[in-house]
Write a protein of this length. Structure first.
Length: 212
């Protein structure tokens, strides 16, 4: 058995019980990892962190009661030296960027192989960032793009809903020319060739969300 000081204490945070227990079973096959707690919500995780003081928090990004990035920031406030590794189904560029900006040390998708999740837990425990190359490349591209204004995000949302420039103008109480200029600016900033590509890119990056 490894020395006690080298055992990595992990708190698993996910609102799906099957996922929590599956991760615990997987991680506890490793001699150097001990799952010392599980939580089904961000608020429960805040209490568990104070109670068990884990080394690493392995958490989903979207859960009830509290938005993921807010939870990450609050966990870091409570225990500044804690390492947070996000394991989620959400891969929009803005979700990834906000999570890392909030203080997460790593970001993995739930289809990541067992061995890579274990390796990621060990890496963040050692205070090393763990972001897969494909996600890291997308982050570089996202940071390099010009930011869209709040008005342009509103226009993009309406574009994604299928509204024409005239309909956008009426909806936002602006002139047809202003609406057209906003659409052109959105296409330029997103590097899109047309309205459909701009809307698709914005949704993929998590810049806008369309109600189902």
């Amino acid at each position: 058995m490894p020395e006690q000081s080298k055992i990595i204490k992990v708190l698993i945070v996910d609102d799906h019980p099957v996922v929590r227990f599956g991760l615990r079973t997987m991680l506890e096959t490793e001699e150097n990892i001990q799952v010392t707690g599980m939580a089904g919500s961000a608020k429960e995780a805040l209490l568990e962190v104070q109670r068990i003081q884990p080394d690493v928090v392995l958490m989903d990004l979207r859960m009830p009661e509290m938005e993921g990035t807010e939870a990450i920031a609050e966990l870091r406030r409570i225990q500044p030296d804690i390492r947070i590794l996000v394991l989620t189904n959400y891969e929009a560029d803005e979700d990834i960027l906000r999570a890392l900006q909030a203080g997460a040390m790593g970001y993995l998708l739930k289809n990541t192989p067992h061995e890579e999740i274990v390796q990621a837990v060990e890496m963040v425990y050692e205070n090393k960032r763990c972001v897969p190359p494909n996600i890291a490349q997308r982050l570089l591209e996202t940071v390099g793009r010009k930011e869209l204004s709040q008005r342009e995000l509103e226009v993009l949302t309406l574009v994604a809903m299928g509204l024409s420039n005239k309909e956008i103008a009426r909806s936002l109480f602006i002139s047809d020319k202003t609406a057209r200029n906003h659409v052109v600016s959105c296409l330029t900033k997103l590097g899109a060739n047309d309205r459909t590509e701009a809307a698709t890119t914005a949704i993929r990056r998590g810049l806008i969300r369309i109600a189902e």
